[in-house]
Structures are given as structure tokens and as C-alpha cells.
Write a protein that binds this ligand. Structure first.
Ligand SMILES: Cc1cc2nc3c(=O)[nH]c(=O)nc-3n(C[C@H](O)[C@H](O)[C@H](O)COP(=O)(O)OP(=O)(O)OC[C@H]3O[C@@H](n4cnc5c(N)ncnc54)[C@H](O)[C@@H]3O)c2cc1C
Length: 478
């Protein structure tokens, strides 16, 4: 009988991106009374400005590339002029239409997620949330006639999932017309003639790759000696080669000190004084967490020097009833990680069975052309002796399916524990690497050996056959 009088656990979630959304859904599923506070739109930056729009744009870039590559396979595109002579048609991208479609798609995805939350019984408050101590969230909602309206949500458990925003350099302030952050790019109505991309990390590389395919002249300014610093060196070398082959200018070891508007476009001034002129500029120089001024430290939450919330593997902060998920935490800035953290946080808070997040097993992908997907330990860690492993790399050039499809670049690389042959990581560089990494991620998660992987059938001919071939080549002789 006592249960009848026990009140439901009250959960407040601040931020409705993948981290907050998943926490709210899991909380409702486990029987909590959940309130979600979101200031822009459900789905968060992931849906509204980052993942969904960028990957939709990249799908368009891939379609554009496919038209060009079809010619290599013998497909001819031509129309006839008035004399009946064949003429090559031009491939043109209607960026206004592309951007309209992708923004509509993002809006629809946000609405679908909002409807899912409501169906699950989650209460949604639109507004800016701030902690008022460890048990309460104050929300400033719309500005009423008397000023700003406030709402207060008292909670037993709070999940902070406020995400991050593009880093702005004072010497290169985006204006949304010629100088952009990645959130502003979708207002473009025509493909830029010459796009300068500052920053060669994942975001910079993805947009540089996409806009090259869409027809822009692209100059990529990279402060390191290779694009995609921190990624697998062989994979980064393949991508840099493809970039250059496709006509991109890659300025390595170059730092952009400033970016300013000119009468005709923009000029980036490098630290050695070189000036690079273009028509538009994308600033992709990282993100900063949205953790300032929302009462975190006052509620007893520890932050790192960079302002990220310190969490453990069940997403718990230093305040026992407060959890944090996603880009505002010290974990990996990926939508998949944010949602896993959100779910794990709720399971832990509500006493359900919890699998602490294992960052080592996170599969991630860079949507350049070709794509780069990775999971597990890296070659660098193996070479530095941090992990004991053998390395095997198989170029896709030897794969029959790759030959049929006209794939010129890419490889599969497996890492297996020396002696036991347990798969501890891998890299795939291929057109659909984001799909091909899954069998390796399964092997890493479930500690399969190379022999167990190679015993599973792959389709002949298939790109996944190269994963099996690499595993076979690493066979442990008894
Ligand atoms: C260009 C780009 C492409 C990307 N592509 C991929 C990809 O392909 N795959 C992948 O896994 N990841 C990708 N990412 C990373 C991914 O976008 C993030 O990891 C993900 O958005 C993190 O989710 P989140 O829930 O932490 O935060 P967000 O998605 O940023 O959501 C946070 C939400 O909190 C709200 N908020 C903030 N402060 C408050 C407040 N005080 N009160 C109320 N609401 C608040 C914001 O309005 C926002 O809606 C990409 C990132 C970028 C920049």
C-alpha cells in the first residue's frame, strides 16, 4: 500500500539535444515525472544547425560527385545542340533549393522529436534554464509585459545537456554574410565562388570536401602539417591527397591571424603576413561549452579549465543528484555519445541496470569523400606502447567490389591484441565507411578475435570482404 502514496521521482532536463532528449525519454520510460527545458528547439544543435543540415548537404555533394565519377565507369551525359551534335551538359547545384530542403528536413526532425517527447509524457518548457541550487531549475520564458517571465522546476534529479557553440575569434568575427560559422552557412543562396575554410579539424574538412564537390574553389587553412590532426595518419594522408587531386588548395602549417571583409569578399591574413583572398569564409575553429552563467559552480558542479562539466562513466557530476550529457561534458563531442550518456544518466539515477560508457568503444566517422571511420585503440597508441597490438592494413584497391565500383582510394586497417588476436580497433577509409565500421565496432565491443571475425561470412563481392580478409591475414597460428 505504501507505494500508492510514494510520489514519482521528479527529473528536470536542461537542453533538448541528443543528450537531453534521450535522458528525457529514458526518464519517462522508467516512470519519472520529467520536465525538459529547451531554449531553441527540440533536437538541439545536432538537429537544427549541426549534424542534420551538414550531413544533408554532404549527401548532395556525394550525389554531385557520383555524376562525375559515373563518367569513369562509361556513363555518358550529353544533350544535343541544334545541329544534332552531342554537347556536355553542365552540372549545377541550386544551393537555395538545397538549403531550403535541408532546413525543412531539420525542422521536421525537430518536430518529430518534440512529438515523441510529448507522447512519452514529458513536459516541455520553452526558455532559458539556469540552476538555482542543486534541486531546482529556474526558466526565463517569454518576455511578458512586465519583463521576463519565470518558471521554477523543482527536481530530485537534474540532467544538464546544454551543448556547445562555435568558438568566435575576435579578429575574425562572423557576420553571416561573408564570414560564417557552420550554423550560418545555410543562408547561402548560391555556391560560393571561392570559399576559405579556416580550421582543418573534422568540421572544416567536411565542409571543405563538400563545397569542393558542389563546385566552389576551396582554400583550406590548416595550422598543422596535415589535415585532420589527431586522426589516423594514413587516413588523413589519403584525404589530403584526394583534396588536392580535386583542386583544393591546402595551406598547411598556416595560422589565420585575422579574417576581414573586403569590397568583393574576404581576406584572411596568415601569421607570416600572407594574404588569402576569397569570396566567403567559414570559421571552423572549435566549440566552447554553453556552461557559463547557468549556476553550475554554485550548485557544486566541477568544471574543467575549458568550462566542460566533469562527469564519470555514468554521466554523474560532482553534485550527487546532477548528471550531465553531451558536448558540455568532458566526454567526446558526438551526438551518439551524448544520447548514450543521457540514457546512462537516467538509468543510474532511477536504479536501473547501467552499462558505464566506454569511450574506447565509440565508433565515429568523418563525412569527407571518402569517409574515415574509426573505433577502438589507434595506431599511434600502439606505436607509443600504450596498447599492445599488431597492425594490418589492406588497401581497397585489391578488393574486387571496389574495382567494379571504380573506387580509387581507401583502406581497411585492423588492430589486434598481440598474442590473443582480440580485435582492439580499426580504421576504414571508403565511400561508406560509416556503415562498414559496424562489424569492427561489434568485434571491439564483444572482444572477438580476428579468427572469430574471419569465420563469419561476408558477401562476395563486397567491401566488407576486406574486413574479413584483413582478419584472415592476422590469423593466430597455434
Ligand atoms: C558541423 C557539425 C557536424 C556534426 N556532425 C556530427 C555527426 O555526423 N555525428 C555525430 O555523432 N556528431 C556530429 N556532430 C557533433 C554533434 O552535433 C554534437 O555532439 C551533439 O549536438 C551534442 O549533443 P548535445 O545534446 O550535447 O548538445 P546540442 O545538440 O548542442 O543541444 C543542446 C541544446 O541545449 C539548448 N540549451 C543550451 N543552453 C540552454 C539553457 N541554458 N537553457 C535551455 N536550453 C539550453 C540548446 O538550445 C540546444 O538545443 C557535429 C557537430 C558539428 C558542429
Amino acid at each position: 500500500m505504501a507505494y500508492e502514496f510514494e510520489r514519482k521521482q521528479r527529473v528536470a532536463v536542461v537542453g533538448g539535444g541528443p543528450g537531453g532528449y534521450e535522458a528525457a525519454i529514458a526518464g519517462a520510460q522508467l516512470g519519472a515525472d520529467v520536465t525538459l527545458v529547451e531554449q531553441v528547439g527540440v533536437g538541439g544543435s545536432a538537429v537544427i544547425t549541426d549534424v542534420v543540415p551538414s550531413k544533408t548537404l554532404i549527401a548532395v555533394a556525394e550525389a554531385t560527385n557520383a555524376i562525375g565519377e559515373a563518367a569513369d565507369l562509361g556513363v555518358q551525359f550529353f544533350s544535343r545542340n541544334e545541329n544534332g551534335r552531342p554537347v556536355r551538359p553542365e552540372v549545377a547545384v541550386n544551393l537555395a533549393q538545397v538549403n531550403k530542403r535541408l532546413l525543412g528536413l531539420a525542422r521536421q526532425q525537430s518536430e518529430d522529436m518534440r512529438a515523441n517527447l510529448i507522447r512519452a509524457g514529458v513536459k516541455i518548457i520553452s526558455g532559458h534554464g539556469r540552476l538555482d541550487g542543486p534541486d531546482s531549475v529556474v526558466v526565463s520564458t517569454s518576455a511578458g509585459p512586465e519583463g521576463t517571465d519565470f518558471d521554477q522546476v523543482d527536481a530530485d534529479t537534474i540532467v544538464i545537456s546544454v551543448g556547445a557553440s562555435p568558438r568566435i575569434l575576435p579578429s575574425a568575427v562572423p557576420d553571416g554574410e561573408r564570414i560564417f560559422t557552420w550554423t550560418q552557412l545555410y543562408s547561402l543562396t548560391a555556391v560560393p565562388e571561392h570559399l576559405i575554410v579556416v580550421g582543418s579539424g573534422v568540421t572544416g574538412a567536411e565542409f571543405a570536401s563538400a563545397y569542393t564537390a558542389l563546385g566552389s574553389k576551396v582554400t583550406l587553412i590548416s595550422s598543422r602539417d596535415q589535415v585532420l590532426p589527431g586522426e589516423d595518419a594514413d587516413a588523413a594522408a589519403v584525404i589530403e591527397n584526394v583534396f588536392k587531386r580535386n583542386g583544393m588548395t591546402v595551406l598547411s602549417k598556416s595560422r589565420a591571424d585575422s579574417v576581414e571583409r573586403t569590397a568583393a569578399g574576404v581576406v584572411a591574413t596568415l601569421s607570416d603576413g600572407t594574404k588569402v583572398e576569397g569570396t566567403h569564409c567559414l570559421m571552423a575553429v572549435g566549440s566552447i561549452p554553453n556552461t557559463k552563467g547557468i549556476g553550475l559552480e554554485e550548485a557544486g558542479i566541477q568544471l574543467s579549465d575549458s568550462g566542460h562539466i566533469r562527469v564519470n562513466r555514468v554521466a554523474r557530476t560532482s553534485a550527487p543528484n546532477i548528471y550531465a550529457a553531451g558536448d558540455c561534458t568532458t566526454f567526446l563531442p558526438l551526438a551518439s555519445v551524448a544520447s548514450m550518456q543521457g540514457r546512462t544518466a537516467m538509468f543510474h539515477a532511477m536504479g536501473d541496470a547501467v552499462n558505464p560508457t566506454e569511450l574506447r568503444n565509440v565508433a565515429s566517422n568523418i563525412f569527407t569523400q571518402p569517409q574515415i571511420a574509426t573505433v577502438g585503440w589507434t595506431q599511434r597508441q600502439i606505436e607509443e606502447g600504450i596498447a599492445q597490438g599488431d597492425i594490418y592494413k589492406l588497401p581497397l584497391a585489391s578488393n574486387p567490389r571496389a574495382k567494379m565500383m571504380g573506387i580509387k582510394d581507401g583502406f581497411v586497417k585492423l588492430f589486434a591484441r598481440t598474442g590473443s588476436g582480440t580485435v582492439i580497433g580499426g580504421v576504414v577509409v571508403a565511400p561508406n565507411a560509416s556503415e562498414l565500421i559496424f562489424p569492427i565496432a561489434l568485434a571491439v565491443e564483444h572482444r572477438l578475435t580476428v579468427d572469430q571475425v574471419s569465420r563469419a561470412f561476408t558477401v562476395y563481392p563486397s567491401l566488407s570482404g576486406s574486413i574479413s580478409d584483413a582478419a584472415r591475414a592476422m590469423h593466430i597460428v597455434l
